[in-house]
Structure formats: structure tokens, C-alpha cells
Design a protein around this ligand. Structure first.
Ligand code: ST9
Ligand code: ZN
Ligand code: ZN
Length: 333
């Protein structure tokens, strides 16, 4: 662990401002945490969420049946909405705000916050807070989507019941001052509902209707509901599938996995065993742009001068880590 931290600092130093701020450590696994013994608290169902999630998924399936009647432009627009909302999660709340794996200029943060509202997955502050506890207390009571409670719980069940008290207790001890200090994050939190209504539902629906005369029903069902449900499920697969199926070349001491199917659909976020081993790497993988359009996007932003200080890990550190903790499936060269 010592070597990794050094590399972490070293790579920052190469970027010239190592002393400017301390590295983010709130996403580092805490192996001293012990779950309390005794019986687990019961699941308290939140019926409002169960009903809304059911309607959303019924609407999305109904949307599927309308694909043949949608225009090519509407289907292309659905892909555009998928990519924008996906980036709001991957490049935005995940790699930038949860892990601080690179720095983004004000205009880029505004775009990412907008894109994040389009994905409607809780505001940036709440998502990043839950995500930091997920990394710090993976697969314990304090992990919001603890995969030890099964595929369904890790996928969506955790959004349908009250949180385990340990999630809140541990979450309250996290350092979140970087999020509180970011005006874009706080602005999005204050106007969250309004921003979701406009970006996740109104914008995807009204653009096809206004610009190429798509029917309001099809525009609402496909780029609206169906696209939203799809981005949700692909994101959730990182918590469920990528904590159950795949190799653990970097670290076999936790349940996170390398899952190519998830990486492909999640715009680069399925190299999850790597990501838990090196949460500060802006690429969440050691393979650059391979199956990873989010990394290509961040690189483009750097090229345009809108992002900088991307953190990476040297291959020597990765190999040493894999040798020490991996399951033996790591391939060199
Ligand atoms: C959604 C999120 O879908 C998905 C996240 C997935 C993460 C994936 C990560 C994988 C890596 C990235 C992959 C990207 C791939 C992208 C691909 C794209 C193509 N710490 O929560 P409440 C306190 S959301 C500290 O209500 P309950 C706090 O004071 C979907 N404190 O607890 C809080 O108040 P406030 C849409 C915490 O009552 C208070 O407790 N949204 C923490 O147990 C109450 O919190 C929904 O469906 C903490 N961690 O309710 C809504 N947590 O916030 C779902 C809580 O004001 N959520 N506190 O500070 C809810 O309705 C509720 O949260 C609940 C629990 C019912 C689930
Ligand atoms: Zn994870
Ligand atoms: Zn993460």
C-alpha cells in the first residue's frame, strides 16, 4: 500500500502541483472496520420508491414496443441522450466528484452537472457521499449496496428500502468539504428537482417533437423513459454484476470484478476490480481508450484545456499489486 501512495503522489508531482492540496483518501478501503455482531435490522420497504420504479420500468418496456414507429432522428437523439447522461455519471459524479481523479474547469463542471441531472440518479453530493462509503466500507453493513445481500439488493433493492444505520453513521464521518466547496455541486443540489424535470424528461421529449415532428408519446417513451431506465440499469450493473461475475486480477480480497460486458455498456466503468484497487485513476482501467469512451472524453477535455491533472498508476505498481493480491489471472505484456 505504501508504494501505491507514493506513485499517487509522484504522478501528481509530475503534474506540478503536488502540494496544492492533500490527496483524496475518503475512497480508500478501511480494513479496520468490523461489523457489529447480532441480528441484522429488518428491511423497511419504501413503497413510494417501489411504485415509482415499477411504473418507470413498465413505461420503459412499453417504450420498447414503440421503437419501430420512431423516426431515425429520434433513435439517434436517444443515443445522444444516453451518452450525455452517461457522461454525467462516469466522467462527472464518479471520476471527478466522487474520486477527484482529475480536475475540471468551471464550464466543464457546469456541463457535467447538467448531464448528471439528465441521468437523475440523486444529486451529485448525495451520489458521491454514498459512493465514497461504498469504497471505504465495501461489502459490509456500511456499504449502501452491499453485494453480500444479493444481486437484487445491490442492483436496485437498496433504493427501495431504508438504509442500514451503519451507512449513515459511517457516511457522516466522511470528509465531504471538497463537495461543499464546489458551487456547481451545491447549485445542482439546491435546484435538483427542477433540473431533473427539465433535463431528464422535458428536454429529451421536446427536442424530437419540436425539431422533427415526432409524436409527443414516442418522444416521451423512448429518449425519455426508456433511455433513463437503461442508463439506470447499466449503472446498477456495476454494483451487481461487476461485484459478482468476472476475474479479480488485481485484488482478490474484495468482491469487485473485471466485467467486459459491463465495461462496454457503462462507457468504461466495468474494470471494477482495477477501480477498487486504484480508485484515484481517472481511467478506471489500465487499458486507455479500450472499451472506455469516458477516458477518451476526459482526454479530449484535457486537449481542449478544460480538464487537467489526470491521475494514473505506473505499470510497475499495478503489476506488483496484482502479484501480491490478485487471483492469478493477471496477464503481463
Ligand atoms: C440511483 C443511484 O440510481 C445509483 C448509484 C449507483 C452507483 C454505482 C457506482 C458504480 C461506479 C460508477 C459506474 C457508472 C456507470 C454509468 C453508466 C452510464 C451509461 N452518508 O437516503 P436517505 C443521512 S438513484 C451520510 O433518505 P433513508 C443524510 O443526513 C435513482 N449521511 O435515507 C440524509 O439526509 P440528506 C433515483 C447519510 O431514509 C438522511 O440520512 N433515485 C448517508 O434510509 C436521509 O437519507 C431514487 O430512486 C450517507 N451515505 O432512505 C431515490 N445516507 O440527504 C432513492 C443518508 O438530506 N433514494 N444519510 O443529507 C431514496 O429514496 C432513499 O435514499 C432511500 C433510503 C429510500 C433509498
Ligand atoms: Zn464497487
Ligand atoms: Zn468508484
Amino acid at each position: 500500500s505504501e508504494t501505491e501512495t507514493t506513485t499517487h503522489h509522484a504522478s501528481k508531482q509530475q503534474n506540478g502541483d503536488s502540494m496544492a492540496e492533500p490527496p483524496m483518501t475518503e475512497d480508500v478501503f478501511d480494513d479496520t472496520y468490523k461489523e457489529k455482531g447480532g441480528p441484522k435490522p429488518p428491511n423497511i420497504l419504501v413503497w413510494r420508491n417501489i411504485i415509482l420504479m415499477s411504473f418507470l420500468h413498465i413505461g420503459a418496456l412499453y417504450g420498447l414496443t414503440h421503437i419501430p414507429s420512431a423516426s431515425v432522428l429520434t433513435l439517434s437523439w436517444t443515443v445522444v441522450c444516453y451518452i450525455i447522461s452517461g457522461l454525467g455519471i462516469t466522467a462527472g459524479v464518479h471520476r471527478l466528484w466522487s474520486h477527484r481523479s482529475y480536475k475540471a474547469s468551471f464550464p466543464l463542471r457546469v456541463f457535467l452537472a447538467f448531464a448528471n441531472s439528465m441521468a437523475f440518479q440523486n444529486d451529485i453530493y448525495e451520489w458521491a457521499r454514498d459512493h465514497r462509503v461504498h469504497h471505504k466500507y465495501s461489502e459490509t453493513d456500511a456499504d449502501p449496496h452491499n453485494v453480500k445481500r444479493g444481486f437484487f439488493f445491490a442492483h436496485v433493492g437498496w433504493l427501495l428500502v431504508r438504509k442500514h444505520p451503519e451507512v449513515t453513521a459511517k457516511g457522516q464521518k466522511l470528509e465531504l468539504s471538497d463537495l461543499k466547496a464546489d458551487k456547481v455541486v451545491m447549485f445542482q443540489r439546491r435546484y435538483y428537482k427542477l433540473s431533473v424535470v427539465t433535463t431528464c424528461f422535458l428536454l429529451p421529449t421536446l427536442v424530437p417533437w419540436f425539431f422533427w415532428g415526432e409524436s409527443l408519446a414516442v418522444a416521451f417513451l423512448i429518449p425519455g423513459l426508456m433511455r433513463y431506465a437503461l442508463v439506470l440499469n447499466v449503472t446498477w450493473l456495476v454494483n451487481s454484476a461487476a461485484h459478482i461475475w468476472g476475474n479479480r486480477p488485481y485484488d482478490k480480497t474484495n468482491e469487485s470484478r473485471e466485467n467486459r460486458m459491463v465495461a462496454f455498456s457503462a462507457m468504461g466503468e466495468g474494470f471494477h476490480n482495477y477501480h477498487h484497487a486504484f480508485p484515484f485513476d481517472y481511467s478506471t482501467s489500465e487499458f486507455g481508450w479500450r472499451l472506455n469512451p469516458t477516458t477518451a472524453f476526459i482526454d479530449l477535455m484535457c486537449f481542449l484545456g478544460l480538464a487537467k491533472d489526470c491521475k494514473t498508476v505506473s505499470s510497475e505498481t499495478v503489476i506488483a499489486h496484482a502479484k501480491r493480491l490478485g487471483d492469478g489471472s493477471y496477464k503481463t505484456g
